[in-house]
Design a protein around this ligand. Structure first.
Ligand SMILES: Cc1ncc(C[n+]2csc(CCOP(=O)(O)OP(=O)(O)O)c2C)c(N)n1
Length: 351
């Protein structure tokens, strides 16, 4: 099946849909944030070497997160900056986290791939492919038991469609009628492996339907379509009908910072980058006379300044103190590993 002509179970745009301009702003902020992360690296302000950009996937993050309510929660995969921003994360604290600074969401100990923040319902980014999927089943079960009106959403890549844990999770979510939504961001590659080399079947929604979930597939270039489907599935999940959606998109850059995508032809890259959700939304805003080019340029410039300020904030922020290494890592009162300094002192004293 072609990955560009999806949209099974299409949903109508509801009257309460967020204005396209808001969705554009969310996507533009994600793109600008990620473009600025590159500057963080260039200025040697990044704490780690791993970086997975979601440029090209902004429609999935913005469209799904706009369908959530404040009490809802989610997990992400390793490519999750955009999802957290769409949920309302502050760029300053996110950038500082990637920079390993004390002012970051996890006081610099999570980095790009392990951000979490309970205040915004972020139950954790996870670098293990499929690793964050079962967590939302646990969250959904707790909401059901505690009679909380909340939904939990797992975001993951197409690579996780080949992980057994997804199927155990979908089965339990369906069996127990949990308020859970599974969102596959299908950028068609798992590192350098194209999806058709990983599976014979890309009808991912049918896999979910086989477990009893409400399911759909949508083209991530159109953020309004993504939102419409997400709203429908989130509403269903809130009533105890778990859902699944696959959002098709193109990963504009390599898997990680060092990957120049030698496994993709120039043609494929050029065609793929035409599937740009930000450009698509901008064109729609102009076509429907919902904004002028000057207004959108001014908005883009304002967002650019916001992201530059996030880099300055990171540069100015202190690194965490060495003795705080285990704080927030082990529970209160639990035994902790000896600090590196204490261990060194002990070993040196012995010699
Ligand atoms: C269980 C597991 N196997 C392998 C890896 C190595 N790995 C890291 S990212 C990745 C590709 C993931 O692709 P996908 O899930 O489609 O997400 P994307 O990177 O495309 O966003 C792999 C295989 C891993 N982190 N975890």
């Amino acid at each position: 099946m072609s990955q560009t002509t999806l949209t099974r179970s299409p949903a109508m745009q509801s009257p309460s849909a967020p204005p396209l301009r808001d969705l554009y702003r969310t996507m533009r902020r994600i793109r600008s944030f990620e473009e600025h992360v590159a500057e963080l690296y260039a200025r040697s302000l990044s704490a780690g070497s791993m970086l997975h950009l979601s440029i090209g996937e902004e429609g999935a993050a913005a469209g799904v997160c706009a369908a959530l309510q404040p009490q809802d929660s989610f997990t992400t995969h390793h490519r999750g900056h955009g999802i957290f921003l769409a949920r309302g994360a502050e760029p300053d604290r996110m950038m500082a986290e990637i920079g390993g600074k004390e002012t970051g969401y996890c006081r610099g100990k999570g980095g790009s791939m392990h951000i979490a923040d309970m205040a915004l319902g972020h139950l954790g980014a996870n670098a293990i492919v499929g690793g964050g999927i079962p967590h939302v089943v646990g969250a959904g079960l707790s909401y059901k038991q505690l009679k909380k009106d909340a939904v939990s959403v797992a975001f993951f890549g197409d690579g996780a469609m080949q992980q057994g844990i997804l199927y155990e999770s979908m089965n339990m979510a369906a069996l127990w009628d949990l308020p859970v939504l599974f969102v596959c961001i299908n950028n068609q590659y798992g590192m350098g492996t194209r999806i058709d080399k990983a599976t014979r079947s890309t009808a991912f929604d049918r896999r979910a339907e086989a477990f009893g979930l409400r399911a759909g597939m949508v083209d991530g270039e159109d953020v309004e379509q993504v939102h419409a489907m997400a709203q429908d599935l989130v509403d269903g999940a809130r009533k105890g009908q778990p859902g699944f959606m696959a959002v098709s998109c193109f990963r504009f850059f390599g898997h990680g910072r060092m990957d120049k995508s030698p496994y993709r032809s120039a043609d494929e890259e050029e065609t793929g980058r035409k599937r740009d959700p930000v450009a698509h939304a901008r064109a729609a805003l102009l076509e429907r006379s919902l904004a002028t080019p000057a207004e959108l340029d001014a908005l883009d410039a304002e967002i650019g300044r916001e992201m530059s300020a996030a880099i300055d904030f990171t540069a100015r922020s202190p690194a965490p103190e060495l003795d705080t290494m285990f704080r927030d890592v082990y529970g209160e009162g639990e035994p902790r590993p000896e600090s590196i300094k204490a261990r060194l002192d002990r070993v040196l004293a012995r010699n």
